[in-house]
Design a protein around this ligand. Structure first.
Ligand code: B12
Length: 216
């Protein structure tokens, strides 16, 4: 019987091989072996895509490789999503979180994982999608009154727009009605402090812990 660590290693390798069919098979294996899908996503698939990202930075891989790796990862996440949704149906209702990838930024994988994990934990998640105009973050706060509004930024060039979310929420007079949350690879606790965001989370599990704490 395969262990979680072995499966995670296989998942990481398959994403690094850009092999969506194998990634999907590993996801199936996770379900049939009764192993943890969240562990596989975080410590298997994500570890693989991060390694591809590092090799891209070093110049040994190129953009088509990143696209292929992210498609391979998505094939696995797709298989696991119904299982995760089942878990979320069993969780008690915890409140509403709106989340989106910020204007100018089309990176969705991390934001999607955070959204899924929040759903699994029982939050009602409004997913605004990617390349979300700042005005839409403000609009959703006014219209849907979530307790938390989160933005994801994967680039240093788009991260700066998280400050505009803070400012435009203030201008619209609704900053005090909501907690703001920021995340994404270049985002840090220091950045959150500098722009006045209420919550910074490093990864999806951390986001769940901090959102739960914010509701207590
Ligand atoms: C996959 C990827 C892509 C894919 C995205 C596919 C998709 N559907 O998302 C594609 C190929 C489309 C892509 C495109 C581009 N990319 Co790209 N991409 C990456 C890569 C390799 C991995 C990102 C990823 O998915 N990681 C895996 C996930 C699980 O991790 P994560 O996103 O960090 O999310 C976790 C945490 O950060 C956190 N989190 C994330 N969001 C949020 C939100 C909240 C609220 C919270 C609390 C937490 C949280 O939780 C998540 C789960 O644990 C990174 C490299 C890297 N090291 O980040 C480059 C990277 C981000 N890309 C980069 C670039 C430059 C680009 C392009 C401009 C390339 C180009 N020349 O066209 C375009 C961007 C176009 C645009 N306008 O956005 C650069 C950014 C550099 C910078 N300026 O900062 C990076 C860093 C690569 C590099 N070193 O050059 N990319």
């Amino acid at each position: 019987m395969v262990t979680q660590d072995e499966l995670n290693e296989k998942g990481k390798a398959a994403v690094m091989d850009f092999d969506g069919d194998v990634v999907a098979e590993i996801a199936e294996e996770c379900i049939s072996a009764g192993l943890d899908p969240i562990d596989l996503i975080q410590n298997g698939f994500t570890a693989g895509i991060n390694e591809v990202g590092t090799q891209f930075e070093q110049g040994s891989l190129f953009l088509p490789h990143i696209i292929a790796a992210s498609e391979a990862m998505s094939a696995g996440v797709e298989v696991l999503t119904p299982v995760l949704e089942n878990l979320s149906a069993q969780a008690e209702d915890k409140g509403t979180v709106a989340i989106g990838t910020i204007e100018g930024d089309i990176h969705t994988i991390g934001k999607d994982i955070v959204a899924t994990m929040l759903k699994v934990a029982g939050f009602n998640v409004i997913d605004l999608g990617r390349d979300v105009p700042i005005a839409d973050f403000v609009e959703v706060v006014k219209e849907k009154k979530p307790a938390i509004v989160g933005s994801s930024a994967l680039m240093t060039t788009t991260m700066v727009l998280q400050l505009q979310v803070e400012e435009q929420l203030k201008e619209a007079g609704v900053r005090d009605t909501v907690k703001t949350m920021v995340g994404g690879a270049p985002v840090t606790q220091d950045w959150a402090n500098r722009i006045g965001a209420d919550i910074y989370a490093e990864n999806a599990s951390d986001a769940v812990v901090k959102c739960k704490a914010a509701f207590e």
